[in-house]
Ligand binder design. Structure first.
Ligand SMILES: C[S@@+](CC[C@H](N)C(=O)[O-])C[C@H]1O[C@@H](n2cnc3c(N)ncnc32)[C@H](O)[C@@H]1O
Length: 209
């Protein structure tokens, strides 16, 4: 199981996690990150080429899987970003309160086991007025698709090491104390509807909105 997690899963995510419609959204949202940035679950580094090095002073790249960090480190070398890897889970962000301008999560809030703790932690480390940029898979509004998502979730959960298809991510972000400022949603081909319903957008700390 550890062999699968550290040596196979990273290549699966790297190979399947960035088809053209997903890359298109990454291109749209990741350049909005600015200042001190924390990316939760940086994975194999699919977002790294899309950050604007002129806007990002420092990028904390949190990722607990050593196989992912190896792949992300290769991508980091091709950028001008100032990156520090943090090899801890997102439920325990090792940063002081109110030090981050932007938190980025792409396909991590739909995976991380302790989502409520992670969102509370994101709210803690964000400066007043700081933003969470998110791009996540989750529960479709269509009841037929939802039924398939419930059936297929156990397989995805195993293959993609904890991935949930049935989380309502915008609702969970709001329950965690952040306010959604902007959100778009849709099925992003080329996958089945059950594994391609995504939201992308931004949320802010409520203290400042
Ligand atoms: C589906 S991958 C997404 C990777 C990358 N963000 C992307 O957009 O391609 C989910 C990522 O969340 C990471 N992850 C799993 N559990 C985590 C946790 N407790 N804290 C932080 N990251 C976690 C996994 O190691 C993996 O890199």
């Amino acid at each position: 199981m550890l062999f699968y997690r550290d040596h196979i899963y990273p290549y699966l995510v790297d190979g399947l996690g960035d088809p053209p419609p997903i890359r298109q959204v990454r291109r749209q949202i990741i350049p909005l990150a600015q200042g001190t940035v924390l990316e939760i679950g940086v994975g194999s580094g699919a977002n790294l080429p899309h950050y604007d090095p002129a806007r990002v002073r420092k990028l904390y790249a949190l990722e607990p899987n050593p196989g992912m960090i190896r792949l992300a480190e290769r991508r980091r070398r091709r950028t001008k970003l100032n990156v520090e890897f943090l090899d801890l889970p997102g439920e325990r962000i090792p940063l002081e309160a109110s030090v981050v301008d932007t938190v980025v999560s792409t396909f991590t809030l739909c995976t991380i086991p302790g989502i409520a703790e992670a969102i509370r932690g994101i709210g803690r480390v964000l400066k007043p007025g700081g933003k969470l940029i998110f791009f996540e898979l989750g529960l479709s509004p269509d009841p037929t698709v939802q039924r398939w998502q419930k059936r297929l979730e156990p397989v995805h959960h195993w293959l993609f090491q904890g991935l949930y298809l049935t989380r309502d991510i915008p609702a969970l972000i709001q329950q965690g104390g952040l306010q959604i400022e902007q959100v778009e949603a849709g099925y992003l081909a080329p996958f089945l509807k059950s594994s391609s319903y995504c939201w992308w957008g931004a949320a802010a700390t409520t203290a400042y909105v």
